[in-house]
Design a protein around this ligand. Structure first.
Ligand SMILES: [Zn+2]
Length: 343
């Protein structure tokens, strides 16, 4: 391809047919008229110039356009978006999974990253209330897409028969990626958003999101069978109120919750009730979280050898970012859950 600087053409009195010379395109009109007869002598030369100009007009927008910048606020959303973006586009992450997903102080560099983005994916105020004002302050150049429980739940089958949460209970639970049907619905919504930004790759986004849907459906079926096969699942305690969507999907019922969020420590009365339940052997399994340290609870649990402790990495902190990252994360998350409940 001829670079623009070399498509500069100068009229010269000894222009010969079929030869393309450098022409100064901004020569004064008089100068241009003086050499008008040459135009007829240089038809093939002009054809080449017009062809080059046409080609340039076609490729220039592509060369000028920056790659689309896609930012997800939390790691699970980054992984779902990466499943849709495939190898074409790298999805950026705003909040390190080691930081709190409920209460995080944005740095100026985080704000700048959001402002530079073409598309921002977040769960919404149910999870990331600390982002609400920042999201509102972004200019229309950044499209902000909320994927959270504020949106209607996708039509899906619940596998569990043991227990049913009322849907209203989960309306404010922002840990939506733990419901496989919602993860798939999010992938499809991301595909639709990418199709607006990059319509020429629309089929690719659709194809990727449908591949993701198939992989998730297969995993889901496998785990639904295994959870249903548990005859007497162990009673269990979770560190924070994050697992409602997963539990509803597989019909599981937790025995106790340590605290509502990792930022809120349990009150004295709640803690002593938990201690009693542990002493009485009513807790068979404790799900720890890599980001949540609770020394008082750990001491209680250490004293009892019959309690199983399994780590649940619900923020996918250990998962590498790759197109099948979410599927891998979900498989290991569900496997960890299952391993704790199995007698
Ligand atoms: Zn949480």
């Amino acid at each position: 391809m001829v670079p623009i600087s070399r498509v500069k053409i100068m009229w010269h009195s000894n222009v010969r047919q079929n030869e393309c010379y450098t022409i100064a395109p901004f020569s004064p009109l008089g100068h241009f008229q003086m050499f008008t007869p040459l135009l007829t002598r240089c038809r093939s030369c002009l054809r080449q110039i017009f062809r080059a100009a046409l080609l340039l007009s076609l490729i220039a927008p592509a060369l000028a356009a920056d790659p689309v910048r896609l930012v997800a606020t939390i790691k699970p959303l980054q992984l779902i978006a990466q499943a849709v973006a495939g190898d074409t586009l790298a999805v950026e992450l705003l909040i390190d999974p080691r930081q709190s997903h409920h209460d995080y102080h944005l740095r100026p560099s985080d704000r700048a990253r959001l402002a530079r983005a073409d598309l921002v994916l977040w769960v919404g105020p149910s999870l990331e209330g600390f982002l609400t004002r920042t999201m509102r302050s972004l200019t229309p150049a950044t499209r902000v897409v909320m994927l959270g429980p504020e949106l209607p739940a996708p039509a899906h089958q619940e596998h569990g028969t043991r227990h049913h949460h009322h849907h209203g209970e989960l309306a404010q639970d922002g840990h939506i990626w733990l419901d496989p049907a919602r993860a798939v619905a999010m992938a499809r919504q991301i595909a639709a958003e990418l199709s607006v930004l990059m319509p020429e790759q629309r089929l690719q986004w659709q194809h990727n999101s449908e591949r993701f849907a198939e992989a998730m459906a297969e995993l889901d079926k496998e785990f639904a069978e295994q959870f249903q096969a548990l005859e007497q699942p162990r009673s269990y305690l979770v560190m924070h109120d994050a697992y409602g969507h997963f539990e509803r999907h597989y019909g599981l019922q937790r025995t106790a919750t340590y605290s509502a969020t990792p930022e809120q420590q349990p009150g004295v009365r709640h803690f002593s009730a938990l201690a009693q339940a542990i002493d009485a052997g009513r807790i068979g399994c404790v799900f720890s979280e890599p980001q949540y340290r609770a020394a008082a609870l750990e001491r209680l649990v250490r004293e009892r050898s019959d309690i199983r402790v399994v780590e649940l990495d619900l923020m996918a902190g250990a998962q590498t970012v790759e197109p099948d990252g979410f599927v891998r994360f979900y498989a290991s998350f569900a496997q960890a859950f299952l391993s704790c409940l199995r007698q």
